[in-house]
Design a binder for this molecule. Structure first.
Ligand SMILES: [Zn+2]
Length: 132
């Protein structure tokens, strides 16, 4: 009795015969599928980076040459800011959480206002010399 099942090739949809873990009819179909996955992945990465760069530009534009400003949520939304996207967070010693897009960040304040800041480059930690 023939017990092997056939499944459609993930690329072209033709029935695949052979080992149960075989997903493609041949190397060509496997390569096409893998290249497509890579393209889709890079498209996702590209669009995410574009949003992060746009957020960074909005914060930089609002901040201008000021070291620190407050801005309303409405203003940020008008500029097209996407709050879901940020590169990292920073929690200060008081426990306030800042959300950063690269070197620009914001701290949510009360009343739908935001404190916008630019972070300084991290100083290199100096190792303290041993105390004799
Ligand atoms: Zn195929």
């Amino acid at each position: 009795m023939e017990t092997a099942t056939t499944r459609p090739c993930l690329t072209c949809g033709k029935p695949v015969k052979g080992r149960i873990d075989k997903k493609f009819c041949d190397d060509y179909c496997r390569n096409v599928y893998n290249n497509k996955s890579k393209l889709e992945e890079s498209a996702f990465v590209k669009s995410t980076i574009a949003i992060l760069k746009s957020n960074r530009k909005i914060l930089a534009g609002l901040l201008g040459n000021e070291p620190i400003i407050t801005q309303s949520k409405a203003e940020l939304l008008t500029e097209g800011y996407k709050f879901k996207y940020h590169t990292h967070q920073y929690t200060n010693p008081k426990g306030d959480v800042y959300y950063f897009c690269f070197e620009y960040g914001y701290l949510p304040l009360e009343g739908e206002r935001y404190l916008i800041v630019k972070s300084n480059p991290q100083p290199l930690k100096k190792s303290t010399p041993p105390n004799h």
